[in-house]
Design a binder for this molecule. Sequence first.
Ligand SMILES: Cc1ncc(COP(=O)(O)O)c(C=O)c1O
Length: 423
Amino acid sequence: MTMRIETQCLHEGYEPKNGETRVLPIYQSTTYKYDSTEHIGKLFDLSVEGHMYSRISNPTVEAVEKKIAALEGGVGALCTTSGQAASLLSILNIMKAGDHFISAATIYGGTINLFAVTLKKFGIECTFVDPDADEEEIQKAFRENTKAVFGETIANPAIAIFDIEKFAKIAHKNNVPLIVDNTFATPILCRPIAFGADIVIHSTTKYMDGHAVQVGGVIVDSGNFDWTNGKFPEYTEPDESYHGVIYTRDFGKAAYITKARVQLTRDFGTYPSANAAFLLNLGLETLAVRMERHCENALKVAQYLAAQEKIEFVNYPALKDNKYHTLYQKYVPKGCSGVISFSLRGSRENAVRFLDNLKLASNVVHVADIRTCVLHPASSTHRQLTDEQLKAAGITPGLIRLSVGLENIQDIIDDLEQAFQKI
Ligand SMILES: Cc1ncc(COP(=O)(O)O)c(C=O)c1O
């Protein structure tokens, strides 16, 4: 039966047979029993399907992977212990020391640090580009050893909309894949694969979980990228750790996601527990309903903020005069998530005083939660960035990130109002 996305949130990935549990079970087992040594040998050669060990796969996690792959329109998905692990593996599955990739500058601070500092120590270099630059300008960042392009659908915390089609076109012209972090949009608001993205990743810690109970991540493979184009020998040459498996030959469209699981998850140990996947699944079941309300509340809050004297600017692309309004209409027409960023006039201290006076909205290192929350990126998530990096990521000293929750809209606005009166 064809299911629309709201139905997929509830029913994809797990289909109980006659008399089985209605709710996805937690398979709390690290291991799986087989009748013969020969069968286990075949599992190790990847010549038969099956769970081997819960560092690589588990039936509860697998059900969630199938659901997320369906939501994003991919051929397969791989869950990870965090969004950071998803970003890391998405790159390492393509690159090795000596390789290079290109990323939009307006991305999450932790990802900037991973790309600019940690991956550099492993010999993988990243060039950051202005996502709003024209194609010719972006093309200049490509090198002989460039292997991928990366961006965020709705950038955290600049709330800039990434022009997925523009970047897919440039990436494909250069025979490399486009990786899109779709954390804030979720597949309810945008499905990047439909616009040409090859790999989609998420911090599931955010809206997918939604309730702030479990850190997690996921990688989704579109199955559309041609890994046999000569630039990616790891996909077309035998992997001796699996007795000569050739990923493109043996796994076809699922080459990327299979390789990520059987090489990287095996070696780095980044697979989540069954219990973590169970909690994520609870969040996914209500994702479509929650996203609708997050967007509705956030638009009203953004309109309220835009009318405030004390505010210098509001970043929320659903507002008509926003720089990204045209891209918003194209990529996230159902809404721009619950996350808004805005800057108060005056000093950084002013922003901090405003935050400290909020009563309902909590000051937390988190975003995309059912409860309204706020954060000052320059003192927290993006604290490690230089002034230049802060500017490139769209962060001013007075910038506040407001994640609008599911409370009554008037209560949220009343809280903001009383805090404005105190500055
Ligand atoms: C857009 C985005 N990507 C990735 C991450 C990293 O995810 P995690 O905190 O789950 O490791 C975050 C975290 O805030 C994020 O906002």
